[in-house]
Design a binder for this molecule. Structure first.
Ligand code: NAI
Ligand code: MG
Length: 348
């Protein structure tokens, strides 16, 4: 029987509640589809940092490399400097493992009230560049305590970085509705994002069967709200994608609904699957966090590992659960975190 060995990193806050529930769904679906999952859980994150002065051990990345995938919650605690979680864990894994695609789908869940008036079905994927752009963290601060203090961050857009994520987006569009909308702001970021546009347009020429549009980030935020049905694959930079995917979560009805994958398409390194949101310390420890996004991330992981039927099975079970009213507090219901996982498992 096929076995997948999964590194489980719940992280902090609600990660410790939703990750075990998501993993329970994973085990149940594996049983049904005749494959096996084994795992090891790592207590890394801001809580680990408080005790050990680091987010993960020095050989942590080497340890993760041995696994088929990483199933992750999120990191960050109010007691810990909030510039550290991304730098010392999330970005570290994403860049070290060349997870250059951040795959963040947005769709309608049946039975979930959405904030938008439109009744139209929404189904698109945000493909966020995940290793460079605005988040390279190159820069510095000069005399920060002085009246003439300054802070600087530099964005980096490389041909290689743009080309590879663009190819991924166009290939993905070929499996969907054949449309890529790339997000930009080249009218004002006249160097970096003009280059982004130029390289994407060159790549687009190789996909004449895929419709290609360009949209400014400001217009795209409005369009996510006013006409989300026009999108199929949304190709964005790292920062824009970070912002747009929370908006995508809101469009679905809650941040807790969004699943994602940090994907290394060449499979040279393990990919990492996590919900789009953070550790939500404001609701942690109450068994009320919405685990649907975490469970969806398990489906995205299975799809990546080649278990498409099992992935589809999870999505069908999620739809059955939401349409029968198994909704957490953020969705106006009173189901607990574990109630949701129970329902999804029952509906597999
Ligand atoms: P957040 O996403 O944790 O929370 C934003 C709001 O959404 C909160 O009101 C929260 O209660 C709600 N929410 C989020 N997920 C939910 C769920 N599953 N069910 C119900 N409600 C949910 O963002 P915030 O508050 O800006 O950040 C909290 C911490 O998380 C910070 O330390 C931040 O750095 C970290 N963070 C970590 C990420 C990662 O590890 N990939 C990503 C984003 C934030
Ligand atoms: Mg974010």
């Amino acid at each position: 029987m096929k076995n997948y060995n999964i590194a489980v990193v719940p992280g902090d806050g609600i990660g410790n509640e939703i990750v075990p529930e998501g993993y329970r769904v994973l085990e149940a679906v594996a049983k049904k589809h005749n494959f096996n999952v084994t795992s090891k859980t790592f207590d890394w994150g801001a809580g680990y940092y408080i005790k050990n002065d680091k987010f993960l051990p020095d050989d942590g990345l080497e340890t993760l490399k041995e696994f088929d995938a990483v199933y992750f919650g999120s990191v960050g605690l109010p007691a810990v400097d909030d510039t550290l979680p991304a730098k010392d864990y999330t970005f570290k894994v994403r860049t070290s493992f060349d997870q250059y695609v951040n795959y963040r789908p947005v769709r309608t869940y049946p039975g979930v009230t959405r904030p938008l008036r439109t009744e139209k079905h929404i189904d698109f994927v945000i493909v966020r560049e995940n290793t460079e752009g605005e988040f390279v963290q190159m820069g510095g601060q000069y005399l920060p305590d002085e009246a003439n203090g300054m802070g600087l961050d530099t964005s980096i857009f490389t041909r290689k970085g743009i080309e590879r994520v663009a190819h991924y987006a166009f290939k993905l569009a070929r499996k969907r509705r054949h449309k890529v909308t790339h997000i930009t702001k080249s009218n004002t970021l006249i160097n970096s994002l003009s280059y982004w546009d130029r390289v994407i347009k060159e790549v687009a020429l190789e996909y004449p069967d895929v419709q290609h549009d360009q949209m400014y980030i400001d217009n795209s935020t409005a369009s996510f709200v006013l006409k989300p049905e026009i999108f199929d694959v949304v190709l964005t930079t790292n920062l824009f994608g970070d912002i747009l995917s929370d908006l995508g979560g809101a469009v679905m009805g809650s941040l807790g609904l969004g699943g994602s994958g940090n994907i290394n398409p060449e499979k040279e390194f393990p990919s990492m699957f996590e919900p789009i949101h953070g550790s939500a310390p404001d609701i942690a420890g109450q068994n009320i966090a919405n685990p649907y996004g975490q469970i969806w991330s398990a489906a995205i992981m299975l799809e990546h590992l080649g278990e498409t039927e099992a992935a589809n099975n999870i999505m069908e079970a999620i739809d059955k659960s939401t349409s029968s009213g198994v909704l957490t507090k953020d969705l106006g219901g009173n189901a607990s975190t574990s109630d949701v996982a129970d329902a999804v498992i029952k509906n597999l």
